[in-house]
Design a protein around this ligand. Sequence first.
Ligand code: 5AD
Ligand code: SF4
Length: 484
Amino acid sequence: MSEFRLPDEKQARIRSSSFRTEIVRDPVVLSEEQKILGNGLNYFVSTYGCQANVRDGEVICGILEQMGFKAVEDMALADLIILNTCAIRENAENKVVGELGFLQAYKRRNPRLIIGVCGCMAQEPQMARRIVEKHPVVDLMFGTHNIHRLPALLQNIIVNDQRSIEVLSQQGSIFEGMPTIRSSRHKAFVNIMDGCDKFCTYCIVPYTRGQQRSRLKEDVLKECRQLIDAGYKEITLIGQNVNAYGKDLKMGYDFAGLLNEVADLGIARLRFTTSHPWDFTDEMINAIASRENIMPFIHLPLQSGNDEILKRMGRRYTREQYLDLYDRIVSRVSDVAVSTDIIVGFPNETRQQFEDTLSVVDYCKYDNAYSFIFSPRESTPAARMEDNVSLQEKKERLAELNGRLGEYSKMRNKQCEGKVYDVLVDGVSKTDSSVMSGYTRQQKLVNFRSEKARVGDIINVRITEGMKNSLNGIDVSEKRAENE
Ligand code: 5AD
Ligand code: SF4
């Protein structure tokens, strides 16, 4: 395996205060041979996980199309299949491992088929080794730090008939000007930073995505301006922890400033994710409260409602600080919706500690929530903590929590009944073109009937029914609004 480059756990953990982000502009310059390498070949990219992965998937598609590959919707027709993986929990990984087993049959049918694995699983040292050794169907592996190397890696496979395995442990750069095929024409993710330095004790992201690197404000604004010029209606600024944006640049600007400047560009809808409660500033709340085009929706991961567990998670806030932030947000941002993430069954979590989480849920009555059983992740401190809570107990707690969360999201959605909301139209039902779906400003999914709405319109929908996970409604727009 000596010709392969695989990640190294110790290096992935290093954080250096003297580290300076190198900005590499237009890193993908194709040779004449690379430009035609994919001619006549079809590709399929399967993306798992978070928005960062979705954005990476768009870049991978952009590179492949420049090389002459054509996208297909049916995986069975592809000559190149890339699994863009997530490592956040074991079940995310199990899906990919299952998929690799399934792809063996494809490979038997078509020995020229190229199978690739990239994303966060490739960045985990043990997992990367396991894939290389146990899954010979995998011809291609690259990580989150070297997507720009895809043309050379594919060339090595197609021309030299060799496996290309190249995963780097340490990030160095921010890549500007990567080729991109956007997955929507009216909604776009704009990456404002990569990596994370928070090191919550359960989380693998700081290892798989490396040290925090913020993009220059000018580059973010330029990308947003281009999207607005191209007719986009919604931009979501993404990062593992957007509140920390700019801290590493030491150039005197922060996330609140960036939010205001992007809002000033005049995009109809501006969102952001994910924000860590620890450094959620009053300036951010002011921006959200005062700007009509910053959406009143905040994802505020709680993880636990117990101080001792929060401390062992390395979250750096207490239950009281979280609730105080929640109060400040809901009292200042009108019509705001709040969602959260919660982990149950953190090592040695007691019944009483779990009940502290339930009591925060009772207080916040979240509009929406994602809940998970703790999953030990390679290299993280929490994976080495003693844990005397049985899986059965964890499952029962999750079911109890989900019951409670479901009641509140249904209650919040029922409160929408009879009211009219602005909805950005996302799509049309495949079976009935008069049934469409979209999202309110509060990021609530609405299914509605309309004869005239088009994808990308912002329309008025009267809510007829609020359910646990979505709303039903009817289009009551007098005339099609161009902007909100
Ligand atoms: N186990 C369970 N859930 C996790 N999350 C992150 N790491 C783990 C883990 N090891 C959850 C957190 C985070 C969300 C994206 O995934 O709640 O906010
Ligand atoms: Fe999954 Fe985290 Fe990687 Fe996103 S950054 S794909 S959530 S492990």
